[in-house]
Design a protein around this ligand. Structure first.
Ligand code: ADP
Ligand code: MG
Length: 426
């Protein structure tokens, strides 16, 4: 009998003792915790799909130490995924920190070999998705995200960078193929066809799912957006900018977890974000304990969608007019700024059209694809969950089927208001 080849057991994440030993052996980390090195409190707090995250505290200081295993956490070791993703996360955090330092966590440690990334532990921040489910209003969130998006997207675009610098940066992130493949498949492809990975509330949503699979106009719109994601390199994207990647308080907003970072169309980040806000807005209906109990919260969410866009556009326009140091539309060709106002307006219109389309894709894929969101998973009343899911699907379909460039952001939020107003039982 021949012995079957040994199957390598997936390597295990660090336990507290091993992490404490790593910290003690690292001069930077041991200096960070100082005299309290011997009494560190270490606990695993990760709730994401891919990685492990440790809260390490001592001497009144704390770090979030993220560990990437050579597999996805969710798969329990079955799905191989190189730990290189953590290097992309670190590079992206460094890049974004140059442009929007107030809105990313600081890095305190990086060990590529062990795939460990030590970040400032954000406290008392909470994951935005959770705060929204609890009905917490964040008055500065939209303004902060407009600042983050405009600064990061402008600064990594050809409007700010010389062609050579831009090409070097594009090349640096182009290797993040594994995580891009997840986006390409789980966001843009599988939800729009039959796949074992898909799941939805069945049989209630079977007809909607079949109609989407059979909708040629919609699938062509989705495919055009996918082609834009595949081929364009407008700016460095976070590329996973949902409300689970934002940690905040009422006054402070930070964007975490940019491990999917890659160059792509600017509208992708904006669209993912507003898609998740729309999703939450429709889910709010199901959280109501009395009719209209979450109406004010929905108004906050849709107001935030509008403000993110107007804030982004205004700040981007200011950067375009004053800080255009890159190779695209170079200042020296256009000494009269006014001559380019129409070009700028057209560019922003295109970003908006992309963003609305990507938002539509996000709403559909979070309802019919593999990865759903806690906003909906937490709704235990099946009938109410279906109602919210149907509204999200209708809104997503409407965004994708609308003629490209024909919709303003307020038309998109008004459409959401109308859908909610006309919902059964309202
Ligand atoms: P994954 O890549 O697996 O999705 P995340 O980066 O999203 O991991 O982190 C998982 C969780 O760990 C977050 O939802 C949050 O609760 C916590 N976390 C991550 N980074 C920090 C941080 N810098 N400060 C505090 N908590 C954090
Ligand atoms: Mg995450």
């Amino acid at each position: 009998m021949t012995a079957s080849p040994a199957i390598a057991a997936p390597s295990q994440p660090l336990d507290a003792a091993a992490l404490a030993a790593h910290i003690a052996a690292d001069p930077g980390l041991s200096a960070f915790f100082g005299a309290d090195m011997a009494n560190l409190s270490i606990r695993e707090i990760g709730d994401g799909n891919l990685n492990f995250v440790f809260h390490v505290a001592g001497g009144g200081r704390a770090l979030a130490i993220k560990q990437a295993m050579p597999y996805s956490r969710m798969s329990g070791g079955a799905r191989a995924l190189t730990a290189e993703r953590l290097t992309y996360e670190k590079l992206a955090l460094e890049e974004f920190a140059r442009h929007a330092p107030a809105h990313v966590p600081a890095i305190h440690h990086f060990d590529a070999e062990r795939a460990l990334l030590g970040q400032e532990f954000l406290s008392p921040h909470v994951i935005m998705r959770k705060g929204m489910m609890d009905g917490v209003v964040y008055p500065h969130f939209a303004e902060h995200m407009a600042a983050y998006l405009s600064a990061c997207l402008f600064a990594t675009s050809d409007f700010a960078l010389t062609a050579s610098d831009k090409r070097r940066k594009v090349a640096r992130f182009a290797g993040n193929v594994e995580l891009c493949e997840i986006t390409e498949r789980l966001v843009f492809t599988e939800p729009f066809t039959l796949s074992d990975n898909n799941r939805w509330t069945s049989p209630e949503l079977d007809a909607e799912a079949a109609a989407i699979r059979g909708d040629e106009v919609l699938k062509q719109a989705v495919s055009a957006l996918k082609l834009a994601f595949l081929t364009r390199s407008d700016a460095l994207l976070h590329a996973d900018l949902h409300t689970g990647s934002i940690m905040l308080t009422e006054t402070d907003t930070r964007v975490i977890d940019p491990e999917f970072a890659v160059f792509g169309p600017m509208g992708f980040d904006i669209g993912m974000l507003i898609g998740n806000l729309f999703l939450n807005c429709f889910a709010q209906l199901a959280y109501e304990t009395e009719p209209g109990g979450r109406a004010a919260y929905r108004a906050f969410v849709l107001g935030a969608v509008e403000e993110i866009w107007t804030g982004f556009a205004a700040r981007f326009a200011a950067l375009w007019r004053e800080k255009r140091t890159g190779d695209a539309y170079p200042m020296r060709l256009f000494p009269e700024a006014a001559a380019l106002e129409a070009v700028l307006a057209r560019y922003l219109q295109d970003v908006l059209a992309d963003a609305l389309g990507f938002a539509g894709v996000e709403m559909i894929r979070r309802t019919l694809g593999r990865a759903h969101t806690p906003d909906y998973d937490a709704i235990t009343d099946r009938q109410r969950r279906c109602l919210s899911e149907k509204l999200a699907l209708s809104h997503g379909v409407m965004l994708l089927r609308a003629p490209r460039g024909g919709m303003s952001m307020t038309e998109a939020t008004d459409a959401a208001r109308r859908l909610i107003g006309a919902a059964p039982g309202r």
